[in-house]
Design a protein around this ligand. Structure first.
Ligand SMILES: Cc1cc2nc3c(=O)[nH]c(=O)nc-3n(C[C@H](O)[C@H](O)[C@H](O)COP(=O)(O)OP(=O)(O)OC[C@H]3O[C@@H](n4cnc5c(N)ncnc54)[C@H](O)[C@@H]3O)c2cc1C
Length: 396
């Protein structure tokens, strides 16, 4: 295996790359072992079924993976964001597939953090505790059929009534949407308010009028479920308002930072895995009486892949270090997300090519890696949105 975050010095000694400690490295090994033994052997079957089993959440919870960064009092492991970073990277590096990574990651990485950050004690008890225990599955609902990049133009409306809200509207492309028990959902509480009119409500699947309208078919991430949801006069009680009314845009912005960093970490893990496959295949495959790894063209391609993987990792860990230090990270996170997602698509495409016909077949998992990677430059804010942010950061 090529090196993970611990680097190997010329002397042969292993050194830890900050912000990772020995404890994080042990967690890395535990997650990798779990993925190799309990997930990777089943991925093809789950991809074909278009869903991994619900029990995977309870199993992940038993092992403590759903509550790595949450306090022990809520059933978590009392760790930090770096533990969650290891989780995201290692799921990808050990071969859990984009779909399993997305299904588990949407739960731990984007849907439950707002409940922890902005939730009341009651909301943490009702939603976060069972989510950490794997008893309730969480999803985040921002995107709508008519509003993706342009978040401010969402139209799902929450009309204030006595004791709460009545919600009407629709969400689409929602990861875990088919079987989520609760949805952390962006709504308009002030229809003409633009950014300032967005709030978050926690919608529960048994609420009358809450419907899974459609399970969507996708190019990749096959083992994750993705849904279109519709809401017709859904009555949501006051106590399900998450954070302050009309301040939901701040929640979105804060959540995006971690989501984008997690996506970068996933790509770093995926590129590490792809590089390993390419090196090992090139060493074994014979053509014209020699290993293809001894051909200059293949060596050069693999060398370039190594550089892309390393640049992505450096940018991502830099952003992660700053994020956990509580520093302003918008530019660093944006650069890491932008670079790694595109690089991962390119790397996956090159590795498919290096493996020739075998790359196009299922058995090495690289065709799946290419399909899975293609979502990266789109989800969590497209490349163009990332470039807009960076342009503004440069004063343009
Ligand atoms: C598999 C999958 C899972 C997802 N999971 C979730 C989820 O769990 N929860 C959730 O809320 N959302 C989810 N999404 C939605 C995802 O975040 C959006 O797809 C993404 O934000 C882009 O929005 P859009 O698809 O509406 O594209 P659009 O915003 O319609 O963009 C279309 C094209 O126009 C370009 N464009 C848009 N605006 C500009 C601009 N100002 N300048 C230049 N170009 C621009 C875009 O870059 C893109 O190329 C998921 C999507 C997918 C595909």
């Amino acid at each position: 295996m090529t090196a993970g975050p611990a680097i190997v010095r010329d002397s042969g000694e292993r050194a830890l790359l900050p912000p990772f400690t020995d404890e994080h490295e042990q967690l890395r090994e535990t997650i990798a072992r779990w993925v190799r033994t309990e997930i990777a052997p089943h991925v093809d079957e789950w991809e074909a079924a278009r869903q991994f089993p619900r029990e995977l959440y309870t199993r992940a919870a038993e092992l403590g993976f759903l509550g790595l960064k949450y306090p022990v009092e809520l059933g978590g492991q009392g760790g930090d964001y770096v533990h969650d970073a290891v989780w995201a990277e290692e799921l990808a590096a050990a071969g859990a597939s984009g779909g399993v990574g997305a299904g588990l990651g949407a739960h731990t990485g984007i849907a439950t953090p707002p409940v922890f950050r902005f939730g009341t004690a009651d909301q943490r008890e009702r939603f976060l505790r069972p989510a950490i225990a794997g008893r309730k599955i969480a999803a985040l609902g921002i995107t709508e059929p008519g509003a993706g990049s342009d978040v401010a133009s969402i139209r799902t409306e929450a009309r204030r009534v006595e004791g709460g809200y009545v919600v009407n509207g629709a969400k689409t492309f929602i990861t875990n949407g088919v079987r989520a028990d609760f949805l952390v959902c962006a709504v308009k509480t002030t229809p003409d308010g633009g950014h300032q009119g967005i709030s978050f409500l926690i919608l529960e699947r048994e609420m009358p009028g809450y419907e899974v309208a459609r399970k969507l078919e996708k190019m990749g991430w096959h083992s994750s479920d993705t849904a279109e949801l519709s809401f017709t006069d859904v009555e949501v009680p006051e106590e399900n308002l998450l954070g302050d009314e009309n301040r939901g845009f701040y929640l979105i912005m804060e959540n995006f930072a971690w989501e984008r960093l997690l996506m970068a970490l996933g790509a770093v893990g995926a590129m590490r895995r792809l590089l390993e496959v390419a090196i090992s295949y090139a060493g074994e495959r014979q053509a014209f009486g020699r290993s293809i790894g001894s051909l200059q063209a293949i060596r050069h391609k693999i060398a370039e892949i190594g550089v892309q993987a390393e640049v992505g990792r450096a940018l991502t860990y830099h952003a992660l270090r700053r994020f956990v230090a509580g520093e302003e990270t918008i530019a660093d996170v944006t650069k890491a997300k932008l670079y790694t997602q595109r690089a991962c698509v390119e790397v996956a495409d090159e590795v498919v090519h290096i493996l020739g016909g075998y790359g196009y077949m299922r058995e090495y998992g690289v065709e799946r890696a290419l399909r899975d990677a293609r979502l990266g430059p789109i989800g969590g804010g497209t490349d163009e949105v990332m470039k807009e942010i960076l342009g503004k950061q440069l004063g343009l």
